[in-house]
Design a binder for this molecule. Structure first.
Ligand code: ZN
Ligand code: ZN
Length: 690
């Protein structure tokens, strides 16, 4: 063998060939990180094979510098998964594989890496910090709850799976999905002394409390956590512990799907519908979808859990491709009974909102506080008002860099764009006509907080959203105060909806859900239903009767009707019927080609070139049943000064789509290079918004 095939983090499809030079081929088994010269610098790559010949002319082949032999090579399964992801998302293997490596392997290796790794091996992994234990487990050793029959049945079904099996664990908030995960993990680890389990959770759910709970329940095990909040040292140590099998439980956010887990025997994806599992930049992979592939490669069961599964997952379960495990929350011990709150609509046409609040909600808030109970007010819009306007000339506070309004933040006297981060002082007078009478239009959380203070004098009202939780622990302190009963009304965005178990909340007010109800994106109803069901689930969790009041102009809308009945299956059935009729995912497979440029005509121009190439492939009979749409500006057409356009491709069969994409993108790359087209372009497979 004279050559090594190496992948590096560049958009070049084929692995690169390097001469072995002085390197011992035995030290270059596939999966070994290597240092190679690339262009004018050295880069870290991964050896993926050895070869006797190279198609490259000898003068183009440079010698490999050295293998990086600090840990065992990456396993065959890991190589297969990253290779699969690259093929599926139509990017280079190295673009998926290299970013998944820990920082110590990605950067140019420094001296003494081996000593650092030795130190990491000696240090304990996943010992709960005093902070996490103090606020979470209250110091006491946790009692393992007795499972209800339906939970036990779910655990048994997962444990009985031999090899690859897909499960959807469908259960309302509070029905005990987490206990099923923990018991399934315990059963997996007990069955095999070397087994590893992976628990993927959305970014916002990976709290110190969850980590502390898992660690407390598995006191003898090292638990590694992998998420974007770690510093390099923490990430290196967690990655290595997983790679070497010392950590048998790995909890992480989407990037953890690419962790190296040589003895993986169980994969769990909690809140599988959460959009944060889809990467928003770089390679647009879905960690949920890759978790299924990972489990298949590992011949292990995979459990997708949700109270509001994605419609793709739900359709697969309905079709029998995933085994459906259902938790109703009923039966068994009384303390885990789930009392569903009563959901009522307030018709804004009959009860117009005043300063954002309708009278029935005001009255309900007042009586809730009088009874000494707590309330939540949910509004998915931060800031004081989404726009300010000049009544004299019609000027509106547009963001200068985006095709969107800049929101008014009152306390800071600022205009802020929630899309690109642009901010400026609020003008004292209209920039167009000089009128000093500018008015705030619409309501954000800051304004509702003000309204509540006026409507409920003496009440303890607090707000929680991204603007006032920048400080570390700020959100935690606020939620602790809520738990302690030091807050009467908590107003906030999605942050109040996720994962908190407020026992004394007897009323939830929902404002302006209509905005998302009428949004253009085809996934908007699915997201709205998931969010609202989560918000609704905050009320009455200790069993007292609770109410949810939703202000709307569309009180008869089927989505709200399904919400009022807590009926996800009905909602999903209606949505899927609509998707089928409109030829939308999951009934078609789609990819979205986007182009961005300083100039819209350049962006659209590149996509038109792509469209022509695609049409030529189809005319030549080289493409199956693929449909190519016109190039159009994206819904948010300008973002941070860049114009954006999109072109949608779809096919009834996934294999047709991918066969087309391979040829189409190859043609596009050639054309972009030969015409020196400047707009940047990106392909997203299974786009999250169309
Ligand atoms: Zn004006
Ligand atoms: Zn902007």
């Amino acid at each position: 063998m004279r050559f090594a095939r190496v992948i590096v983090d560049v958009p070049i499809e084929q692995p690169l060939d390097y001469a072995l030079g002085d390197c011992d081929p035995a030290s270059l088994v596939p999966g070994t990180p290597v240092l190679v010269p690339f262009k004018r610098s050295d880069q870290v790559g991964i050896a993926v094979g050895l070869a006797a010949d190279s198609a490259l002319p000898p003068d183009k082949i440079r010698p490999l510098i050295a293998p990086i032999l600090i840990a065992a090579p990456l396993g065959e399964r890991w190589l297969k998964l990253t290779r699969f992801a690259a093929d599926y998302y139509h990017c280079a293997w190295g673009e998926v594989a290299l970013p998944a490596l820990p920082p110590m392997l990605r950067r140019r290796p420094v001296a003494r890496l081996a000593q650092r790794v030795e130190k990491m091996r000696a240090a304990p992994v996943g010992v709960a910090t005093a902070d996490a234990v103090g606020s979470g487990a209250d110091g006491a050793g946790p009692a393992v709850p007795v499972l209800r029959d339906e939970q036990q049945a779910a655990v048994d079904a997962i444990a009985a799976a031999a090899g690859y099996a897909r499960f959807l664990l469908f259960g309302v908030t509070g029905s005990g999905k987490t206990e099923v995960y923990l018991h399934a993990i315990a059963a997996t680890l007990a069955a095999d002394p070397a087994a590893q389990a992976l628990l993927l959770v959305p970014e916002i759910n990976l709290t110190p409390q969850l980590e502390a709970l898992v660690r407390a329940r598995f006191p003898g095990e090292a638990v590694a956590s992998l998420h974007s909040g770690l510093n390099d040292g923490e990430r290196n140590a967690a990655w290595l512990a997983a790679h070497e099998g010392r950590a048998r439980i790995v909890i992480g956010t989407r990037l953890a799907v690419f962790a190296s887990l040589p003895r993986l025997r169980l994969v769990v994806v909690d809140e599988e519908h959460d959009p944060s599992f889809k990467a928003g930049q770089g390679v647009h992979y879905s960690a949920r979808d890759l978790a299924l592939k990972l489990a298949q490669l590992a011949e292990a069961p995979v459990v997708l859990g949700s109270a509001t599964p994605s419609l793709e997952t739900w359709a697969a379960a309905q079709a029998g491709r995933y085994a459906l495990l259902r938790l109703t929350g009923r039966g068994g011990a009384a303390r885990s009974e789930v009392e569903l709150p009563r959901v009522e609509m307030i018709d804004l046409k009959r009860h117009p909102a005043e300063h954002g609040l309708a009278d029935p909600l005001r009255a309900a808030l007042r009586s809730t506080i009088e009874r000494g109970e707590q309330a939540l007010v949910f509004l998915n819009r931060r800031g004081y008002a989404p726009v300010i306007a000049c009544d004299a000339c019609g000027w509106l506070s547009n963001c200068p860099r985006c095709s969107a309004f800049a929101s008014f933040h009152k306390g800071e006297r600022q205009l802020r764009c929630h899309h690109c981060g642009w901010q400026a002082r609020v003008p004292a007078a209209c920039p167009t006509c000089g009128n000093q009478d500018l008015s705030a239009v619409g309501h954000g959380t800051q304004r509702i907080e003000e309204t509540l203070q006026l409507a409920l004098p003496g009440a303890r009202i607090r707000r929680i959203d991204r603007d006032n939780t920048q400080r570390r622990h700020a959100a935690r302190e606020m939620l602790d105060a809520m738990h302690a009963g030091d807050i009467d009304v908590l107003v906030g965005t999605q942050m109040i909806a996720k994962g908190h178990d407020f026992r004394r909340v007897a009323l939830v007010g929902v404002l302006n859900a209509d905005a998302q109800l009428l949004a253009g994106d085809f996934r908007a109803p699915e997201r709205l239903f998931a969010t609202l069901l989560q918000v609704v689930g905050r009320a009455g969790r200790s069993g007292q009767p609770a109410r949810v009041l939703l202000q709307t102009r569309h009180p008869g809308h089927p989505l709200y009707a399904a919400l009022a009945r807590h009926d996800f299956p009905r909602f999903a059935r209606d949505q899927l019927a609509e998707r089928r009729a409109m030829r939308l995912p999951p009934f078609v497979h789609a990819a979205l080609l986007t182009a961005t440029s300083r100039d819209m005509s350049d962006a659209v121009g590149l996509l038109q070139v792509a469209q022509g190439l695609g049409q030529a492939l189809m005319d030549g009979g080289a493409a199956g049943a693929v449909k190519l749409y016109d190039a159009v500006p994206m819904p948010l057409e300008r973002l941070a000064g860049e114009h954006r356009a999109q072109l949608l491709v779809e096919a009834a069969r996934r294999s047709d789509l991918h066969a087309f994409l391979v040829r189409w993108l190859a043609a596009l790359r050639r054309e972009v290079a030969s015409q020196k087209l400047r707009p940047r372009w990106n392909l997203e497979v299974d786009p999250i918004a169309i």
